[in-house]
Design a protein around this ligand. Sequence first.
Ligand code: SAM
Length: 286
Amino acid sequence: MAAIQQQNEAQPDLEHGIDYWNQQSADYNGVLGGFGNGSLPRVDALGSRQFLLYLRPDLCQVESALRLLKPTPPSHRIRAVDVGAGVGRVTSDVLLNLVSDIVLLEPVGIFIQEGFKRCSASQEQDEPTSSFVPWKGMKNKTKSVNFIQGTLQDFDPSHPQERTKPLGRIGFIPDHVNDDLESGFDIVWCQWCLGHLSDPDLVAFFKRCKNALRDSKSFIIVKENLCSNADDGGPLTVFDPDDSSVTRSDSAWKEVFKQAGLTLLHQKVQLGFPIGLFEVKMYALR
Ligand SMILES: C[S@@+](CC[C@H](N)C(=O)[O-])C[C@H]1O[C@@H](n2cnc3c(N)ncnc32)[C@H](O)[C@@H]1O
């Protein structure tokens, strides 16, 4: 097993990370480090949707089936979990376009409350109140978002409500809500939050996610910043003391995937982001 080189010895600190995010504004600008008002959110969401549809072209059919079969939803509902979800940006702009049920996990109170508020408001109103993409399927209650406050370290997607604080479900309510939550996920979406975990915590988290995949078509998506590999091409991480997170190189990510027993199905660099940012890559794993 390759040793991961670090530019310094510091490791992510859970409380420091959460304190940092508590100081940011509960909006796209806050969760995107000041890049919430330009093209980045739209480019990011389009890249993510393309990546998902490459892996699961059938998700388009789920969307059209939901429209055609209203008000009776199709028997096979596609379920995703959006972890470290901030104000629900990925949920609203990526996942609700393509899947039927989402569990949104976020530890920071101001972020998850904002996501919950926007999602509730979209049930009542004909048009979204902001320039955000509407929460598709919320108004007619064909889709659902389940809000859970908790950390990646504590979260077990096989038992989403253990060691977390369930805040409520908006939209579609199945007959057996708890059974539904415990029956595994088609997609686990992890974006711009895994740097808050040390390697051992991340490996353990991935193993729990792998166990919670619903079937042979299910996968985990990791969309994260990359630093350069070490000079010899080996894994490297860079620590950021501001938010107490690590940025991993491509080799460092692949080393962690290997330790977690995950197979890489597909990978793609996100294009079109402003110059000067870290490279961002999407990995699909099972
Ligand atoms: C850069 S924001 C990204 C939010 C969202 N994934 C997005 O792409 O819009 C990082 C998020 O990670 C969350 N976070 C930080 N530490 C965490 C932890 N230990 N467990 C879960 N989420 C965490 C923060 O609260 C914040 O919402």
